[in-house]
Design a protein around this ligand. Structure first.
Ligand SMILES: C[S@@+](CC[C@H](N)C(=O)[O-])C[C@H]1O[C@@H](n2cnc3c(N)ncnc32)[C@H](O)[C@@H]1O
Length: 439
């Protein structure tokens, strides 16, 4: 496609995404479904441009004030020019220059001049909000927790996340899968903390890999793999994954159980549970039972009360730990939505805890980086449920021989009790987990 046409498409997609009517990933996929003529390269370029605009929204709004021509076109130009993935660039020695050359083919003289001016802007010319690109309400809780690590966190949140795979240990060994991927031209290195993970360079088309199609690998962030490990579900046990969604953690837990016992995958979204099904078919697991529930007090929960060995509550949350992948969330969430999540999280955790038998293990997890959805929920649960003894996550991970376990569980505000993962510290999404044993 001609650079001018690519930029026109990018501007239109930016316009649609910035209406914030739907999550950015849903808007982008719908746009691609409706514009089937776009090739894979154009799609990758457009998606990265839009995500770069979302990551840098306050800075780009400042550089492209209203009245400087169609706003979304200016934002798309900046997104294109500053994308970490260097959209439009041909593979080669100077990819960044390739992207700039490509972009130059789409701009008029006035726009070229304006972009050159933007390139001259130095950090000290900018206000703090143009550098952190976070909504004001989010800055204070992050600064309070992170102190000196605030800017390193901001920096890592402003870059795209890598791609992690979990090796299905029921059927395959990590080293063998790594070698197989290398033969297929996919460079992978073992993850630092998760014993089952591989980190991939670039963005290979997984659907073309035999290892993927036979269920030897699944996409799962390294942090999410660690959360599933904390449950430590064993062969033959009765287990509930209460908020299973599309089953990222369900599949990891089921493999850990060696496809024995019974693993209920609950979720209120039948639609999400539907997308678990092809993944289940690939994985070869036969112990997983997806169950759509109406809400956290569904009658099925009463029927299973007191019967479970392990329960994972991977609660619905603001998702602010995943800003590397979902940068729109910082503009879609607010103090109100966070407070609503906190109320729902407490209710789900309380209800899910009834499923456990004495001696059973409860894990509460989120992909949020806000204490309101994490420590506050866990501490309130402990205070109200003295029959549940908090376990130290650092002890569990050490017992499971997870490398550097202490660095995962101690940090700006944790002292070993909770798991706290941070993009700038661990290279994972931001995650929290707390664990209890029922007396
Ligand atoms: C963080 S996501 C789960 C991600 C999933 N565990 C994974 O690893 O891929 C939270 C899920 O909770 C579900 N949910 C929301 N309200 C719920 C409720 N009251 N009871 C059970 N699940 C709920 C949502 O549909 C969503 O799929």
């Amino acid at each position: 496609m001609h650079p001018k046409a690519v930029l026109d498409e990018c501007s239109e997609l930016v316009r649609q995404v910035l209406r914030f009517e739907h999550p950015a990933d849903a808007t982008v996929s719908r746009y691609f479904r409706e514009n089937r003529a776009l090739g894979p390269r154009e799609r990758a370029t457009m998606a990265e441009t839009v995500y770069t605009v979302l990551r840098n929204k306050l800075l780009f709004d400042h550089l492209a004030p209203s009245g400087s021509g169609p706003k979304e076109r200016r934002l798309a130009i900046l997104g294109f020019a500053h994308s970490e993935d260097e959209p439009g660039a041909r593979p080669g020695a100077n990819a960044k220059q390739g992207a700039r050359d490509f972009l130059a083919g789409a701009l008029n003289d006035q726009e070229k001049h304006w972009l050159a001016q933007c390139d001259q802007v130095q950090p000290h010319d900018l206000m703090e909000r143009h550098r952190h690109n976070l909504p004001e309400w989010l800055v204070q809780p992050l600064r309070e927790q992170l102190k000196d690590e605030f800017w390193p966190l901001v920096d890592s949140l402003s870059r795209p996340a890598g791609l992690d795979l979990r090796v299905n240990t029921m059927t395959s060994k990590r080293a063998e899968v790594q070698a197989e991927l290398a033969k297929a031209g996919v460079a992978a290195t073992p993850t630092k903390y998760s014993p089952n993970g591989l980190r991939i360079e670039g963005k290979p088309n997984l659907a073309k890999l035999d290892a993927f199609n036979r269920g030897a690998i699944e996409v799962q962030d390294e942090g999410s793999q660690l959360l599933a490990l904390l449950l430590d579900a064993k062969r033959g046990e009765m287990v509930v994954d209460f908020c299973a969604g599309a089953g990222g953690k369900t599949l990891a837990i089921g493999a850990g159980m060696r496809s024995t016992g019974r693993l209920y995958a609950f979720d209120t979204s039948a639609h999400r549970l539907e997308s678990l099904k092809p993944r289940l078919a690939r994985s070869g697991l036969s112990n997983v039972h997806p169950v759509a529930i109406a809400h956290e007090r569904d009658d099925r929960i009463k029927r299973l009360a007191g019967k479970m060995d392990r329960v994972l509550v991977d609660a619905p949350c603001s998702g602010l730990g995943t800003l590397r992948r979902n940068p729109d969330l910082k503009w879609r969430q607010s103090p109100t939505t966070v407070a609503e999540f906190a109320t729902l999280q407490a209710a789900i955790l309380q209800s899910a805890s009834r499923l456990l038998k004495p001696g059973g293990r409860l894990v509460y997890a989120t992909c949020s980086i806000l204490p309101q959805e994490n420590e506050a929920i866990a501490q309130a649960f402990s205070a109200a449920n003295t029959g549940f003894t908090p376990l130290e996550t650092v002890d569990i991970l050490t017992h499971l021989k997870v490398e550097h376990a202490a660095s995962l569980c101690t940090g700006p505000i944790s002292g070993g009790e909770f798991l706290r993962l941070w993009p700038h510290r661990h290279g994972t999404d931001g995650f929290f987990a707390a664990v209890w044993q029922k007396q």
